[in-house]
Design a protein around this ligand. Structure first.
Ligand code: CDT
Length: 346
C-alpha cells in the first residue's frame, strides 16, 4: 500500500552576525507559507537555523555568546521563535528545526526538534553527537574556526528513531493489528534526526536503520573553504567548494541507499557577512540513492518532493535485509574501539 507524503527542505541563505533572530524567523515563515501553498506536510529547516553559524567566532563575553542560544526546556515557547511553531500548527505542517540549546542547568547543545502539527507539540528532540572542529581557535588569524567542541557538549539523547503521527492516512496502530501479523512498513512513518557532521558517520545512519528508519532528516552548515579543518591538498576556493558539495552529496546518497531510507538535507548556505562561504546543495534522496530534488540556488529556497515510504521495502527486505545478511560476530571492533589501531609492522 502506498504511504506517500510531500516533504521539503527549507534551505536558508546568508545570515550575518548581527542579523536579528526575528528577521530570520520571518524568512523561515515565508518558506513555510510557500510550503503550505505546495501542500507540503513536513518541512526540514537547517542546523542552527536562527542565527549565523556562530561557532566560527571566539566569544569572550558569555552574554554575547548566549544571544545565539535558545534558553529553557521548550523551544516552542522561546519568545523569538514561538511564531514559527504557531504558523506550522495553523498550516498543519510538521517542522524540524535546528537551534543552539542552553539547558536550565547551563549546558550547551547543538539541537533539533520535530514539531508535530497534529499533536501541537515537540514529539522528538535530538542533540548533535559528532561535534567537529576544535576547542581552541587556530593560531593562524586567517583560518576559519569551527569551535563546536568549545560551545557544545556531545549529544546525550542517542539516535532515537520515532514515529510521526498524522502524516500518512490509515496507518496501522497497536489496536488495528492482529496478533502475529507483521507491522513492518504499515505504521506511522519512522523518522530519525541527525545534524550536519553526523551525516558523515555511517554508524549514525546504521543505528537508525536498525530501528527501521524510513526517513532521515538533517540540517547542515558546511564551510565551502575550510582548509584548516578538511586537511585536504591545496586547492582554489572554487575547487574546495566543489569538493565539499561532492562529499555532502556522496554521503547522503550512499547512506540512504545502504540503509534503505529516504533522506532530506537542508543547508544554511551563502556568504555570511559577505565572506564566510557555506555550501548549498539541499536535497531529497530516495532509498535507492537517487536525488529526487535538489536546491538550484545558494539562497532561501524550498526543495520539494513527494515520497512513498513503500519504496523503502525493497532495500529493507532484499539487498539490505539485516536479519538475514548482517554478520554481527565480525563487527566487534565498532563498539569497542574509537581510533585506528594498525596491524603490527612487518
Ligand atoms: N556544522 C558542521 O558540522 N559542519 C561540518 C564541518 C566540518 S569541519 C570542516 C560538516 O561536517 O559539514
Amino acid at each position: 500500500m502506498a504511504r506517500t507524503l510531500i516533504v521539503a527542505a527549507a534551505q536558508v541563505g546568508a545570515i550575518n552576525k548581527d542579523t536579528p533572530k526575528q528577521e530570520v524567523v520571518q524568512r523561515l515563515i515565508k518558506l513555510l507559507h510557500e510550503a503550505a501553498s505546495k501542500k507540503v506536510q513536513l518541512v526540514v529547516f537547517p542546523e542552527i537555523a536562527l542565527t549565523t553559524f556562530f561557532p566560527r567566532y571566539l566569544f569572550t563575553s558569555q552574554e554575547e555568546l548566549d544571544e545565539f542560544f535558545e534558553h529553557g526546556e521548550d523551544v516552542t515557547q522561546s519568545p523569538d521563535v514561538k511564531s514559527l511553531f504557531d504558523e506550522a500548527k495553523s498550516h498543519g505542517i510538521d517542522i524540524t528545526l535546528g537551534y543552539a540549546e542552553r539547558t536550565p542547568e547551563g549546558t550547551g547543545y547543538n539541537t533539533c526538534v520535530h514539531y508535530s502539527a497534529s499533536e501541537g507539540k515537540v514529539i522528538s528532540k535530538y542533540r548533535k553527537v559528532h561535534l567537529p572542529g576544535t576547542k581552541e581557535p587556530f593560531e593562524d588569524p586567517e583560518a576559519i574556526n569551527q569551535l563546536e567542541k568549545r560551545y557544545f557538549e556531545p549529544g546525550n539523547l542517542g539516535f532515537q528513531a520515532y514515529r510521526a503521527p498524522g502524516l500518512v492516512p490509515d496507518a496501522a496502530n497497536k489496536t488495528s493489528v492482529k496478533e502475529g501479523q507483521s507491522t513492518a512498513g504499515k505504521g506511522d512513518p519512522i523518522l530519525g534526526m541527525m545534524i550536519c557532521n553526523d551525516r558523515r558517520w555511517p554508524e549514525a545512519w546504521r543505528v537508525y536503520a536498525l530501528q527501521g528508519v524510513e526517513l532521515i532528516t538533517y540540517g547542515f552548515n558546511t564551510g565551502g573553504n575550510m582548509a584548516h579543518l578538511w586537511g585536504s591538498k591545496p586547492m582554489s576556493p572554487e575547487e574546495a567548494t566543489r569538493e565539499a558539495l561532492f562529499h555532502s552529496k556522496l554521503v547522503q546518497q550512499a547512506n540512504s541507499y545502504m540503509n534503505a531510507c529516504f533522506s532530506i538535507s537542508s543547508a544554511r548556505c551563502g556568504l555570511d557577512d559577505g565572506k564566510y562561504d557555506l555550501i548549498a546543495g539541499s536535497a531529497i534522496v530516495s532509498p535507492e540513492g537517487h536525488v529526487m530534488a535538489e536546491a538550484k540556488t545558494t539562497g532561501d529556497e524550498l526543495v520539494v518532493a513527494e515520497i512513498d515510504l513503500e519504496n523503502c521495502r525493497q532495500g529493507k527486505e532484499k539487498t539490505f535485509d539485516f536479519a538475514r545478511h548482517r554478520r554481527i560476530e565480525t563487527y566487534g571492533l565498532i563498539p569497542r574501539q574509537t581510533g585506528i589501531v594498525e596491524p603490527e609492522l612487518l
